[in-house]
Design a protein around this ligand. Structure first.
Ligand code: PLP
Length: 227
């Protein structure tokens, strides 16, 4: 399958899943996760109309973003940062990222506020990442702590809180996990009506995520092939 065929196959799956859920497929943003793949793959996807891309490591992403920008200055991708971010990488991440999907802890929020204060012209769209497991070591905000954390995010004017993000656990039932994400999203909307977006779903489970209201899906291998 060519890259264009793989992209279009995923778009057909999105259309079908949205229709089955009674939703408009245009309300589902496809982010192609290009981690471990070279900048050329991003350039190839840009050339066939894909604009939103995801990465999960700053060192790789910052170099790739720079390379894509220098080769292709007139057709710029929109970069989404989807992985766990060390606080010492925040400054670099802000240079290329439009949307951070993994705001998962207070120390990261503090560093974001600090770095944004140095850049009054910059604002950043963010999702709060939920921890859907009972294991605090997994990272992410426990659903019970969501509203108190969200209220702190809302206090930083340069952060635009889009909504919640979830990754279904290995071996878990994705539909049940995405239902918890949808429930958390409803809670969040009760204090921030504009924060109703949901980042959920990957190559193997994005149909279930769309059924539960996902507005941003993060798809890697189904388009790029195996890493
Ligand atoms: C790698 C990654 C994806 C994409 O996963 P695939 O299974 O390749 O579709 C999505 N979200 C996050 C957070 C990732 O790290």
């Amino acid at each position: 399958m060519s890259l264009a065929e793989a992209l279009s196959a995923v778009k057909s799956r999105i259309d079908l899943a949205a229709k089955q859920a009674g939703r408009d497929p245009n309300d589902v943003e496809l982010i192609v996760v290009t981690k471990t793949h070279p900048a050329q793959l991003v350039l190839d996807l840009l050339a066939i109309g894909q604009r939103n891309f995801g990465e999960n490591k700053d060192q790789e992403a910052s170099a790739k973003a720079l390379e894509v920008a220098s080769v292709n200055p007139t057709n710029q991708p929109i970069w989404h940062f989807v992985g766990q971010l060390q606080s010492n990488k925040v400054k670099s991440m802000l240079n290329y990222t439009s949307v951070l999907h993994s705001l998962d802890r207070e120390s990261l929020l503090k560093e974001l506020a600090k770095q944004l204060a140095n850049r009054p012209q910059t604002s950043l769209d963010v999702f709060i990442e939920l921890n859907l497991t009972d294991d605090p070591g997994r990272g992410g905000v426990q659903p019970k702590d969501l509203l108190s954390f969200a209220s702190k995010v809302l206090e930083v004017p340069q952060l635009n809180l889009l909504g919640v993000m979830g990754v279904a656990g290995l071996g878990a039932n994705p539909s049940a996990e995405f239902e918890r994400v949808a429930k958390a999203s409803a809670d969040l909307r009760s204090i921030s009506p504009k924060s109703g977006y949901i980042s959920a779903g990957m190559s193997t489970d994005f149909e279930q995520a769309i059924a539960q209201g996902a507005t941003h899906i993060r798809v890697g291998t189904a388009i790029t092939g195996n890493r």
